[in-house]
Design a protein around this ligand. Structure first.
Ligand code: 5GP
Ligand code: MG
Length: 456
């Protein structure tokens, strides 16, 4: 997964990009980069690590120019190496072209084959580089026609920001898998994955970029057009952004993430009530659903476990040993709150089951005497091909096991998940979401070779 940001027509463009990335850090903790353009030269800084560690004041001062785009990343395609750090950047006809991409393309095999057969060579193993190759090959000089031609050839998930000289371009795939929004800061426009980035840059939220929309921003002028495919495409915004990925203070997919999560929790309480001394979340991700759950049943809410904030998201650690270790460091129970208590523990999701199993054990050791676990989304059974790093079916615990078996594995007295219908019923536009990870109903054709391995 990734976070993207873009700004044009601002004397401190790279500072704005930096602040935006800082607010989007949760979308990718592996690497980050900013590229700026000062009218003559492009300046790039990209590196593995956290945004705050990569960019200091002098770095920002070196990133001169009024136009900048930035990216922070988890690797979903391409390995986690320096050459795969975005934005991806080339010079073409003496003009810089750079792209930052969030989402996964699903037709990269076809595109690679076509490009390689006609002579392209590649520097990275990222699908984002493909987009730049397509761009420099596309004929015509007018930006709008250029982008429509190129983006029409892509399939799958893409929220994109481009820097083309002084011009900033933003686009979203016709299904709208990943979020992208538009803000205004004085005479400048800002594009960002989530509105929490606009808040930090003090830009005013204007609207979301529509699925299938391309916006071209030059100076203080903005022009919009749509991909032809947008007309027949069904909207398939990633519902897991709402469940887990996005920040609760963001407004995405026409809703506030915090309120969606509380509604998911309330719906979960209606479907699977339980009696207990109190409701508690697995912090931080289970916090808001737990609050909704407790309020719905009028059961006290407690925080029985404290999150260590000096550690990032634990999910994408390379080995199971590291994941276990990090989870223990990250979440520590409070004995005095838990001793001899009957509790309901709310978590946003179970993927492999690692977090739940280890933290439930810790809650028991801290004295909890009865534990009922509730999950604010349905069982995750299918891998994601559109940008969320859900592993193969083999590794997804709910794919090979009944809920009863999962309850035994994580050692809870009861375990219940929110239903798919219940989940959709609390969304503003229930027919506009991708639910493939729960239902196996993939809205866009999935890549053949990858699916052979992942869907086994
Ligand atoms: P599990 O331990 O079951 O594999 O993972 C579940 C935990 O990981 C939950 O606490 C959930 O909040 C979190 N999680 C779910 N999906 C993702 C993801 O895509 N990335 C990260 N970093 N965490 C995730
Ligand atoms: Mg979590």
């Amino acid at each position: 997964m990734c976070g993207i940001i873009g700004i044009s027509n601002h004397p401190e463009a790279s500072k704005i990009a930096f602040l935006g990335l800082y607010a989007l850090q949760h979308r990718g903790e592996e690497a980050a980069g900013i590229i700026s353009y000062d009218g003559k030269e492009a300046h790039v800084i990209k590196q593995q690590g956290l945004v705050a560690d990569i960019f200091d004041e002098s770095a920002i001062l070196n990133l001169k120019g009024n136009t900048a785009i930035g990216h922070c990343r988890y690797s979903t395609t391409g390995s986690s190496t320096y050459k795969n750090v975005q934005p991806f950047f080339v010079t073409h006809r003496k003009r810089p072209i750079a792209v930052a991409h969030n989402g996964n393309l699903t037709n990269i095999e076809d595109l690679y084959q076509r490009l390689e057969e006609s002579g392209s060579i590649f520097q990275t193993t990222m699908d984002s580089e493909l987009i730049v190759h397509l761009l420099v090959r596309s004929k015509g000089n007018e930006l709008k026609a250029w982008f429509i031609d190129v983006l029409s050839q892509l399939e799958g998930a893409f929220s994109l920001v481009f820097l083309v000289g002084d011009t900033l371009v933003g686009a979203r795939d016709p299904q709208g898998f990943r979020p992208l929004c538009l803000g205004k800061l004085g005479d400048s426009y800002v594009l960002a994955s989530e509105s929490c980035a606009l808040d930090l840059t003090r830009a005013e939220f204007i609207r979301e970029i529509e699925p299938g929309e391309i916006v071209i921003i030059s100076g203080n002028k903005i022009e919009s057009c749509f991909l032809p495919k947008q007309k027949e495409a069904r909207r398939a915004q990633c519902i897991f952004e709402n469940v887990y990925f996005a920040r609760p203070d963001s407004h995405i997919f026409d809703d506030n993430v915090y309120s969606v999560r509380k509604r998911l929790g309330a719906q979960l309480a209606k479907e699977h009530p339980a009696q207990a001394d109190f409701v508690m979340p697995i912090p931080d991700s289970g916090m808001y659903a737990a609050l909704g759950y407790a309020q719905e049943l009028e059961i006290p809410f407690e925080v029985g476990m404290i999150r260590n904030h000096y550690i990032g998201r634990t999910f994408i650690q390379p080995t199971q040993f590291l994941r276990d270790f990090r989870v223990t460091v990250k979440l520590n129970p409070i004995r005095d709150v838990l001793k001899d208590k009957k509790i309901i523990v709310v978590e946003d999701s179970i993927v492999r089951g690692t977090t739940s199993r280890s933290r439930i054990e810790a809650l028991r050791q801290a004295g909890a005497k009865e534990i009922h676990m509730r999950i604010s989304c349905p069982p995750i059974k299918w891998p994601c091909f559109y940008g969320i790093d859900f592993p193969s079916r083999k590794e997804l615990i709910a794919s090979g096991h009944a809920i009863k078996d999962i309850a035994n594995f994580i050692k809870v007295d009861s375990l219940e998940y929110l239903s798919l219908e219940g989940m959709l019923s609390v969304m503003k536009s229930s027919r506009e979401f991708c639910t493939a990870c729960f239902s196996g109903d993939y809205p866009v054709r999935v890549p053949e070779t990858q699916s052979k391995y992942l869907l086994e």
